[in-house]
Design a protein around this ligand. Structure first.
Ligand code: AMP
Length: 204
């Protein structure tokens, strides 16, 4: 199964991805995690991405498309994957289409987490406090001011990605403001339904 999780920062994509990993045994491919690892390791990509990430902007399509292209070639991604935080622009979505088409693969579903943006800053402050309480370092871009820039980047560049998939009949909207377990139920129901459509449509 190949799925995409869409939604603004703080919408709960990462939290739900962990649960999908548990259920389906496919890896979560988070471009944010991959970029943070590159920054921590001081690789050439990390050096290019660091300042952009710290300011809350988007890393260039070229860099992000490159790391996803490499990652989906890894053996653990062969039976499927969850893309979390990618694609964030239409250019990235088009590049992903090309990558999958070359391999004769297709997407099963794109889940869009619908959230009330005015409540996200509070959520992100909670995430930062919980991370700190666990004694782990807090992400610099979870600072409230940087977070607002990330939300603006979402509205400017990423909000157009959902309509891209809606046109292809792949988009499922999930109410991301409910309790975590309720969101998980909606997510798993949507994924089961996407598999049924596939079987009925005879595309497997
Ligand atoms: P995330 O953990 O998904 O919130 O990503 C953290 C940061 O990494 C973002 O604010 C961007 O600077 C960068 N980033 C992650 N994924 C992408 C992407 N698909 N395109 C561009 N920048 C990205």
């Amino acid at each position: 199964m190949r799925i995409i999780l869409l939604g603004p920062p703080g919408a709960g994509k990462g939290t739900q991805a962990v649960r999908i990993v548990e259920r389906y045994g496919i890896p979560q491919l988070s471009t944010g995690d991959m970029l943070r690892a590159a920054v921590a390791a001081g690789t050439p990509i990390g050096l290019k991405a660091k300042a952009v990430m710290e300011s809350g902007g988007l890393v260039s399509d070229e860099i992000v498309i490159g790391i996803v292209a490499d990652r989906i070639e890894q053996p653990d991604a062969r039976k499927g994957f969850i893309l979390d935080g990618f694609p964030r622009t239409v250019a990235q979505a088009e590049a992903l289409d090309r990558m999958l088409a070359e391999k004769g693969l297709k997407l099963d579903a794109v889940l869009e987490f619908k959230v009330d943006q005015s409540r996200l800053v509070g959520r992100i402050e909670k995430r930062a406090a919980e991370t700190k309480a666990r004694g782990e370092p807090v992400r610099k871009d979870d600072d409230p001011e940087v977070f607002k820039t990330r939300l603006a980047a979402y509205d400017r560049d990423t909000a157009v990605v959902a309509p891209y998939y809606r046109k292809r009949g792949l988009l499922v909207e999930i109410d991301g403001m409910r309790a975590i377990d309720e969101v998980t139920k909606a997510v798993l129901d949507a994924l089961r339904a996407s598999q049924r459509v596939d079987v009925e449509g005879g595309t497997h």
